[in-house]
Design a protein around this ligand. Structure first.
Ligand code: GLU
Length: 463
């Protein structure tokens, strides 16, 4: 049997999407059932979005699910010379060319000629020199077609004439996604590319580049179906709960999560739904994955999770619940220790970390609203600031001060009060910024938005 090598190639964007978790799982199952190799590669060529903590988040999320990798993580940010060598090879063979066009120029030309948007090949024969400092485009063949047999979608054909001369390197020398992705798949001898359906349009480019670089037979592709919500809309981070770590933090069991994720596009047949990890490895078939969108059903996930919880012995359940609780609040322990007088008081100080909804103390709510006329504006400014600041105590503190300044609320204490109320439901508690670090950016912002909406509703209800 030939060697199977698959990879998970996430871009560090700040959280691990449930769709990425499904992709990682399907790659992992495929590798494990064939005694193949599962590679983890971090696609971090975009230096602005690349942060060490994001990468750690990816690794933590995958390990939580038990998806261990055999090689890597490799970091694209450390592999620049490889991409430069590939570009040199393409330049030497005149398979890429330099281009100076701004997107406005391209748009104008297309508009004047009544063409659809997309690059029009203007610089193809201009042989602009030097190529350094200029964007490089791939010379896509104007005729013929590029096709592959997708393990999920069957035969897919693209007319080459419909593929624009896509760019492979930015003018600042940074390789673009498609180039680094193909070079690495070649270098890492990847045999099967298993990834989300959103990458289908990249695949003809992938194959053209692969061939241009003389990498031999292209890998086999399998594009996994889109995940949708109950309205059949693509999952979106604004609308839906898409971060895997939110499920972890709310106390879903990783084995239940793995089981549920395996059912997103695949089914073991019959009405079986509960499968152990080993059963998944034995029974999963990539070629049986369906191409139609898969409904990410939170209710179903909860019911699978409940099934797993019921199957634990009470002692094991208690132990795992204890571990989970501890993992959440332990970082706050030194701070809580200085304030709580009994063990029971600790609960009231840390429960905001566990409860999915804030339990707001009504007297505290009324007090802060009375004391702070700029409540709504302040929360709005804090939401905007928190979306961008560094997610550590200092960064959050600065963003709070800034939000206060924006709406003319004098002191940090005054700016802090509405934020604390919105997030913890109370006016007193452990140090706020450290607490928010633990609660996480997304949940913090969601709670600010919820409190703001409540305040707006109350104001509107006032005669
Ligand atoms: N970095 C790409 C992504 O996160 C990976 C694409 C691929 O798997 O080829 O979407």
């Amino acid at each position: 049997m030939s060697v199977t090598r698959v990879r998970m190639a996430p871009s560090p964007t700040g959280y691990f999407h449930v769709g990425s978790a499904r992709t990682a799982l399907f790659n992992w199952l495929f590798a494990r059932q064939r005694s193949g190799t599962f590679v983890l590669r971090i696609e971090d060529t975009d230096a602005e979005r690349n942060r060490a903590e994001h990468t750690e988040g990816i690794e933590r999320a995958m390990l939580w699910l038990g998806l261990d990798w055999d090689e890597g993580p490799y970091f694209q940010s450390e592999r620049g010379p490889l991409y430069e060598a590939a570009i040199k090879q393409l330049l030497d063979r005149d398979l890429v060319y330099a281009c100076d066009c701004t997107s406005e120029q391209v748009a104008q030309r297309n508009k004047a000629a009544g063409r659809p948007p997309g690059y029009d090949g203007y610089c193809r024969d201009r042989h602009l020199e030097p190529v350094i400092g200029r964007l490089l485009r791939f010379r896509t063949p104007g005729t013929g077609s590029t096709s592959w047999t997708d393990m999920v979608r069957g035969d897919v054909v693209y007319e080459n004439a419909s593929i624009e001369d896509f760019s492979v390197r930015k003018s600042n020398g940074q390789p673009l996604f498609i180039l680094a992705n193909v070079v690495d798949d070649g270098d890492m001898a990847i045999t099967h590319v298993v990834r989300g359906e959103d990458h289908v349009p990249n695949t003809p480019k992938h194959i053209l580049l692969w061939e241009a670089l003389g990498l031999g037979a292209p890998p086999v592709f399998a594009h996994l179906p889109l995940l949708v919500n109950e309205s059949r809309q693509k999952l979106s981070k604004r609308r839906d709960k898409v971060a895997l770590e939110d499920y972890r933090d709310e106390g879903y069991l990783p084995e239940a999560m793995v089981n549920y994720l395996a059912l997103l596009g695949w089914s073991p047949g019959g009405d079986r739904e509960v499968l152990s990890r080993q059963e998944l490895i034995d029974e999963f078939r990539l070629e049986d994955v369906k191409s139609s969108p898969a409904f990410f059903d939170q209710q179903k996930l909860s019911s699978v999770n409940a099934t797993y919880m019921r199957s634990l012995s009470p002692a094991v359940l208690a132990e795992r619940a204890g571990q989970w609780l501890e993992a959440r609040w332990t970082p706050l322990a030194p701070l809580v220790q200085e304030r709580a007088r009994t063990l029971a008081e600790i609960y009231g100080m840390v429960d905001f970390l566990y409860l999915p909804e804030v339990r707001t103390d009504q007297a505290d709510w009324a007090k802060v609203r009375r004391q702070q006329p700029a409540f709504v504006g302040l929360l709005e400014a804090a939401e905007a600031g928190f979306a961008l600041c560094e997610w550590d105590a200092e960064g959050i503190r600065d963003a709070t001060v800034e939000a206060g300044n924006k709406v003319g609320v004098g002191t940090l204490g005054k700016a802090q009060a509405p934020v604390r109320l919105a997030v913890t439901g109370r006016t007193v508690g452990p140090p706020l910024f450290e607490s928010l670090v633990l609660l996480g950016r997304r949940r913090t912002i969601a709670r600010l938005a919820a409190a703001r909406a409540r305040a707006v509703r109350e104001d509107q209800a006032q005669p």
